[in-house]
Design a protein around this ligand. Structure first.
Ligand code: EPZ
Length: 417
């Protein structure tokens, strides 16, 4: 098991390019199930979750070749509308294959995803949505067994679930039906998926708004697509720049996708500048505490909550962070406290009282974004060394994170145990 060792207190300086978005590429890979011929994805990030999706899709017969950041997905031999537990349990996003498998084959058998560190993460909205579109669904031995055909129709999501919106949008693409998905999630990754599906010949409009319309078509052909930049990776680097009193520029971010973060960093007293696709954040004089409530897009992203908590541990004053999207996403709080932070938990809200400095300590990663928070805390620590174990959590969503931060001046290394 690898560990990441950090000796903090060094202001990060410089610029970095972010990779393709993890939360875009995973549904894009699933969407290739719908095509009659090969698809090509560019700017694919080299992440553990991408390898897991590769293995899962290979179980259906989809043939994937992934070299560098270039991926071909060939559905010529796709023949098994199944997603086995061994892969689905590793990664909840595996469940996004249900909609495309059902649309292509008229039936599908996909394992129910287990819960994970940040919550039980049910799939009731996915299932109720597919049933509203005509699917007959039973739960058998821990698997969702779905039968078509889908007849389309209107469905209003109880909650604007990103995955449910993507599953339903993909399910509705093929077949002679018209579907309206209301109270849809509006995340940029959904727009990216719709662009790819439309390039394949789908008829989707409204992606990025809360009402998505899909006119089903008989078949979809292959298409090429460039995965959009990862707004959460970009936000992680900008937060780290501010947290270390440095000056960091992300060269290929989409500023519109970072507006919630930019406004919050400015409110805390950081300098945030946008020049075209470059976003710069700096805070040479430190920051003050702010209140944050995580919301669905375009509100403050839940996937940046943990990173902001690390930043706010050394703000001047008190901060309140309210997590409204997931039920248990404060896993980083206990480890940050071990590094000297002053954090009180109260249900879905935490109170963070700024302290002068953190101290390095041995800590354990628990989930992807909590792990990123621990890296930021290690970079902030003015004394001692931070050793983060279970870094496989980080590798799920960040490519060689230690090299990226080292390029910004951090004293950080990965050690193999
Ligand atoms: C996606 O997860 C992202 N993952 C998550 O990123 C992200 O945090 C989340 O959207 C919210 O933005 C991918 O895109 C691969 P949801 P998803 O369905 O689709 C509840 C990361 O760190 N819910 O929008 O699983 C659910 O329990 C990951 O990169 C139901 O109750 O999230 C949660 O409380 C973490 N029933 C809330 O909705 C359902 O059927 C939001 O979940 C579905 C969801």
């Amino acid at each position: 098991m690898d560990k990441i060792r950090i000796r903090g207190g060094i202001p990060l300086k410089g610029s970095v390019r972010v990779h393709g978005a993890k939360n875009a590429v995973l549904p894009l890979m699933a969407a290739a199930i719908l095509a009659e011929d090969a698809c090509v994805l560019h700017n694919v990030p080299c992440l553990h979750d991408v390898f897991t999706m590769d293995k899962l899709l290979s179980c259906t017969g989809l043939v994937i070749d992934f070299t560098g950041r270039y991926m071909t997905l060939d559905p010529a031999n796709i023949n098994t509308p199944e997603a086995p537990y061994e892969w689905v349990r590793k990664m909840r996003a595996s469940f996004f294959v249900l909609g495309p498998l059902l649309a292509r084959f008229g039936r599908a058998r996909v394992s129910l995803p287990g819960g994970c560190a940040i919550g039980t993460r049910p799939v009731d909205i996915h299932i109720k949505g597919l049933e509203a579109l005509g699917a007959k669904i039973t739960i058998e031995d821990g698997y969702v067994v779905a039968e078509g055909p889908l007849h389309g129709g209107d469905y209003t999501l109880d909650f604007p679930s990103v995955g449910a919106t993507e599953n339903l949008m993909m399910a509705a693409c093929r077949g002679k039906n018209f579907t309206r998905i209301m109270n849809a999630a509006r995340e940029p990754e959904i727009e990216d998926l719709a662009r790819f599906l439309n390039a394949m010949g789908a008829q989707i409009s409204g992606a990025g708004t809360d009402m998505i319309c899909v006119a089903g078509v008989d078949t979809l052909h292959g298409a090429e697509h460039v995965v959009l930049p990862d707004r959460i990776e970009a936000g992680t680097f900008l937060i780290a720049g501010v947290a270390t009193g440095g000056d960091v520029t992300v060269l290929n971010a989409n500023p519109e996708h970072l507006s919630g973060l930019s406004e919050k960093l400015r409110e805390a007293g950081a300098l945030v500048e946008v020049h075209g696709g470059h976003v710069r954040a700096a805070a040479p004089d430190g920051i003050k505490g702010v209140d944050i409530t995580t919301l669905v897009y375009p509100g403050f992203a839940t996937d940046l909550q943990a990173q902001m908590m690390a930043l706010l541990t050394c703000a001047s004053g008190v901060s309140r962070i309210k997590e409204t999207v997931f039920e248990n996403r404060f896993m980083q709080a206990a480890e940050l406290t071990r590094m000297g932070a002053d954090i009180d938990l109260d249900g879905n809200t935490v109170i963070v009282r700024g302290v002068p400095a953190l101290s390095g300590a041995p800590v354990m990663a628990s989930d992807l974004r909590a792990s990123a928070a621990l890296v930021i805390a290690g970079l902030m620590a003015k004394r001692g060394e931070t050793a983060i174990s279970r870094v496989y959590h980080i590798d799920r969503g960040y490519e060689r994170i230690e090299e990226r931060f080292a390029s910004l001046g951090a004293d950080i290394e990965r050690v193999r145990e």
